[in-house]
Design a protein around this ligand. Sequence first.
Ligand code: AMP
Ligand code: MG
Length: 410
Amino acid sequence: MPAMIPVDKALSIVLDAAPVLPFERVPPDEALGRYLQEEIRADRDYPDFDKSLMDGYAVVAADLEHGLRPLRVIQEIAAGADPARLQTVVTGTAARIMTGAPMPPGADAVLIVEETEPVPGDPQTIRPKSPVERGASVARRGADVRAGEILLETGDFIGPAEIGVLAACGRTRVQVGGRPILAVLATGDELVEPDVVPGPGRIRNSNGPLLMALARQSGAAARYLGIAPDDRPALRRMIESGLQADALVLSGGVSMGVYDLVGEALRALGVAIEFEKVSIKPGKPFTFGRSGRKLVFGCPGNPVSTYVIFQVFIRAALDRMMGSSRPRPSPVRGVLKAPFRQRPGRTGYYQSRARWSGSTYEVELLPTSGSADFVSCARGNALAIVPNDVETLSAGDSIDLLLLDDHSRR
Ligand code: AMP
Ligand code: MG
């Protein structure tokens, strides 16, 4: 009997085996969902010139300190105007200025439109309704970011906001981590594809599409290999084709049944099995092996087990391959809403609903009929982690939580 190893140890083995793939240089619009592999520094000050933050009038603040005299409007400055071509604002004058436009020399504040009123019959003059502080509604050069400042770091996840930063810095190419190809192979004589009505004793292959979606959501390229029968030569052939990819994930065939042939087939193909049992619930018969630099994940066929094993181990391996600086899942703390009991022995990863209460996550463990309850995954948005030595938890106890809808990547 293979030894059952703790979750942390299994995760370390998986991460140590996962190679960081070669980097690529891509246009920023291909960088979404990948990990940055260079430091991004500001190419200039932002803003690059003193800039108005509001529509209004650029004035000399001291002018309005002792009585609100009318001001003569000497120019109009739109966003995009050349700062070198502006007239100087002096006492008694103002420049009509738009949001984003450069400040004219001499002016040190923007009086917003709402704080002015027109002078009837004199469109070139305005009357201030209030004084204004020096610097009001003005962004000084470099106020947001200084030239040379580090904006993004190696290993950062690239989401929409990072794409915006790259564009602001004028990047047309960016170095990112490689995109692993994950091959997906379902196994089992009972399986038919989802478009087929299952005959007697048959079930639809839900793990294939589930794993494809998980792979894509993780930023990997997914390749579907189909359903392998519980038959030695056919299974071997299909696994062999899966070993062309950077990683292969199988579902089913890793338990103790007579037709659980995956471990045997992997060995026959020279895959070095690192472990075959993890102290996790659900998902105990999770098998992991290596073939050179290729990784092989054998998930138990029960859909909830497959889902949990992906979220805890496979996502981390893909993150490492893609160059994430923090591939390990990082739980947050939450508070249990109701008491809970488990048989101690394995670390539990239970389908849960987590809701932010304003000060913490309130965690509700979802009722489930077991690891075949594929709907529980869809009802949950988090996995509640119950350590292996814990038997009972009370309402109000704090608990670790792996958030699953959060795609911002820890
Ligand atoms: P196995 O790990 O092969 O013993 O399968 C465990 C359970 O998961 C069995 O009830 C299988 O019918 C079911 N199962 C296996 N593969 C899939 C799949 N691709 N989609 C849905 N259920 C599956
Ligand atoms: Mg099976």
